[in-house]
Every structure is written in structure tokens, then in C-alpha cells.
Write a protein of this length. Structure first.
Length: 145
């Protein structure tokens, strides 16, 4: 199943992005005002990858839900007009957040042959120098908020 960006986020619908945990929402709130402009197109809870194949013979709606539930889910993908950002918001981030971003990047690039570069961004409330070094090694922009 290809990447499912879904509809672009409409700020007027509400303040909370869809399917975001309360912890990640607090990090989002601290980050968004200084890093986003009105011309950016935002996609939340983006489905990436194939997910796990549903059992044979089940209803099509159930199968679609099964795939949605087993796909990888990027917190936010942003189209800036010149590049794409894949953003992971993580309360008390650990090295697994870096692994998630690397996987999201590969799945995104496989599904959408892009003419624009992709930038990976980790946004966390944890100021961990080792995680910051790991992020630098893998070319991930580390934001401590």
C-alpha cells in the first residue's frame, strides 16, 4: 500500500492535530509557532509502508482498517514547497525515535519518487547529548523544546 498522506491539515478545524498523544501535543505546541509558516502544507498521522497483510476473505472495510492499524504512522509530514520534512514528536525521546525516522524516510522515498529533498526532524523535550550525536550521524535535525 502506498504512502497515505490523507487530507492536508486545516488549522480552522481545531487546535489538536489528529491522533496525537497529549505528551506529543505539548511538544508540538512548543515547536510549531517558530518552525512553520502558513504556506506549508501539513499532513498528520501519515500511513507509510504496507502494514501487515489482512487475513484472506475478510470484508474490504475491515481489511482497510487492518492495514491502517498495522502501517507505520509518521506524526507529521510537511511540504514546504522546496522540500519535505518528516517530523517525529517524542516525549523523552530515545534512540528508537531515530530508528523510526530512518524507517519512515525509506518508506516515504520508496512510495513517492520525489523531486524534492526529504529532511528528517526529531522534536523532543529531552536534552540528551548522546541522542543529539546520533541524530547528527544520521543527518536528523534535533530540536529540543
Amino acid at each position: 500500500m502506498p504512502t497515505v498522506l490523507g487530507p492536508a491539515w486545516n488549522k480552522s478545524i481545531g487546535r489538536t492535530p489528529p491522533h496525537m498523544s497529549k505528551e506529543d501535543e505539548r511538544i508540538w505546541d512548543r515547536w510549531k509557532d517558530t518552525h512553520l509558516t502558513d504556506n506549508y502544507i501539513l499532513y498528520f498521522d501519515v500511513g507509510l509502508g504496507d502494514g501487515i497483510k489482512p487475513p484472506a476473505g475478510i470484508d474490504a472495510n475491515i481489511a482497510a482498517g487492518w492495514i491502517r492499524d498495522t502501517q507505520k504512522r509518521a506524526d507529521l509530514i510537511v511540504n514546504t514547497g522546496r522540500k519535505w520534512w518528516i517530523v517525529e514528536f517524542r516525549d523523552n525521546a530515545t534512540a528508537n525515535a531515530v530508528g523510526r525516522l530512518l524507517l519512515y524516510n525509506e518508506l516515504f522515498k520508496q512510495d513517492l519518487p520525489l523531486q524534492q529533498p526529504v529532511e528528517l526532524i526529531l522534536v523532543t523535550n529531552r536534552n540528551d547529548p548522546d541522542l543529539k550525536k546520533l541524530s547528527i550521524i544520521y543527518n536528523i535535525d534535533y530540536h529540543f523544546v
